[in-house]
Design a protein around this ligand. Sequence first.
Ligand code: BGC
Length: 745
Amino acid sequence: MTRVRIAGNGCLVLVLGLGLGLGSLPRCGAQEKAQTAPSKASMPWMNTSLDADTRADMMVKQMTIDEKIQLVHGSGWGVLRPGAVVPPGDIGGAGFVPGIPRLGLPDINLADSAVGIRGAARDSRYATLLPSVIGMASSWDPEAAHLYGSVIGRELRDEGFNMSIGGGVDLIREPRNGRNFEYASEDPVLAGNMVGQLAMGVQSNQVMGDIKHYVMNDQETGRNTLSAVISDKVMQETDLLAFQIAIKMAKPAGVMCSYNRINGVYACENKYTLTDVLKDEWGFKGFVLSDWSGTHSTVQAAMAGLDMQQPGDRYFGAPLKQAVLDGKVPQARLDDMVHRIVRSMIANGVVDNPPVPRVVDPFQGRRDARHIEEESLVLLKNEGGILPLSGSVKSIAIIGGHADEGVLSGGGSAQVDAPGGLPGGSKWGTAVYFPSSPMRYMKEQAADATVSFDAGTDVAQAAKAAAGAQVAVVFVTQWMSEGMDRPTLSLPGDQDKLVEAVAKANPNTVVVLETGGPVSMPWSGQVKGIMEAWFPGIGGGEAIANVLFGKVNPSGKLPVTFAAKDSDLPFEHVTGLTAETGNNGMDGNAAHGKEAKDFTVDYSKQGMLVGYKWFQVKDETPLFPFGFGLSYTSFAYSGLKVAPDATSASFEVKNTGEKAGDEITEVYATLPSASGEPFRKLVGFKRVSVAAGASDPVTVAIDPLYLKVFSTEKNGWEMLPGSYKIEVGGSSAALPLKEDVRVTK
Ligand code: BGC
């Protein structure tokens, strides 16, 4: 099938085929530009034996002020807003910055790609939907995180994009935050390390990577105006630490500043976070780009450290040029912005080795997505060893969650188009199921069983369907999206009632959750099996079946605490979210126009106690603790030895069961009492594969930074002398090995 479309540049573009893998043809604007580029010999900055900074300096020296200004802002909303101009060379991502052909500098085509590339179907292109980032983090596997990013980088490149917009590493402070599926963890060490690997994976494809949303964008309600109240010390040791780890590890081209304010000042004009911390303290050499419409000023934003406005030019177009001419923004600052952008393009290979569009390999993408999901599934309950299900099971009643058709994905700018989805792409605010049916793959593995499906919409009818079967597997879902938070931890609709009724009707009930984050489970005592699949991605149906039937031994562990109820959380309600105010007015049931604005979210109440640290200090037992997850085998820990300076922990892990399995080993430290931080925190982890009956030695390195505290007086990190308690085990709440080490200065 052939569609004909008029591109924004007036060129005719033929878009061939629907569905899988057909690349769109290059637009004529891009071709015209390529023809005007001079030869490399006349451009000494194209000498690849010089370093990126030298080459960038040489190039910046050649630029006129107008060319410099052109590089520090996007060209408008493009394909994101119907009717907006799509300039020549823009290949349909969320952002576009035209290059300078006379200097051999290519355009920057940025695509949203938090969990896969957004909007690909618009041009009849295919993109792999990966499991959600929170799922990837549940693998605690740096290799899986790297693979995750490299799938994104590979496909971006195949589609002609040279910059990814993704890499969400905001801490999951608010378990009802609609974007938790784009983020990794409540713990900065886990989040930073996993998302750092992800961004490295993206950049390993010579595509520029990005880390976002910097910083304190920890809820969606009121995100455009809310002010996060937090001390520098607490922010450094919590949310900023996650960014620091990821940014130092990956050296991403871009860091996207967020919509919210921090202590009253917008994140995109906040000198403390952008310049003092990111650029000066951490030595970030890339560029800061604003979230879309997150720029609020010209001089203040430029002087605070913002390097690129997106998506338009309201502040960083003509007004910035005027501010430079008037001396309000020094020429050197504009040159620094441009240098950062150009050096990032050179350092990541997008100048010397630009992407060459070709067909995406959907099959490889699906295999990679399935592998990551298989490591990400978290088995939370397995009473009486109900799982794995035997291949000789006689009858299974599958209930709910559209499990006969596919798996749920998250919404907003992280939405990937389903294969064969509608031309024009998925609609913002609509739940999309991907064609990876858990039921189909479960049927394959239980070839002789009678498998029935009930949609779960009528509780009594579902209970009836469950009653007649040997096993009931209920799929429950919690759709989440940018632009909304869930008002409570409860599963939406009647799903709690559904599980209770099914469990009453069938003693062998297993629940599979497809959720964006933690949910409450008032029925957890009534079912035999519980498995968290998150938003499982395009390989999800198969991965779920593989774990349910034991082809794959589950190994994921929770990167977030599951509280039993909202009143156990530091904030019983999402700040600013009431029946009256709604979220951002984007969730359909909000009272539009009445959104809460300009309010503060006072994190000083919670201080350092994010996630499991809160539960520890309050001595409350969550429903499922951070770092918890079961296997079809069991592991025993012994023989802890901690290095005298506490920079490593060595121990043995024995697989005491009858199946080979992967164990995620976790190392926690409690700092000396002088720190005033009376809780254990994660300082290292390692995922190991152990054969049945075998015993393996494990050494986990501990980065000294994770043992330090941030001193406000010294404006830096310091290691306090004293006794450090190091604990090791398989969950934050089960740490059989302990040793105290005395560290002197
Ligand atoms: C989101 C960003 C996204 C941008 C561009 C914003 O609404 O917060 O995460 O990258 O849009 O689509």
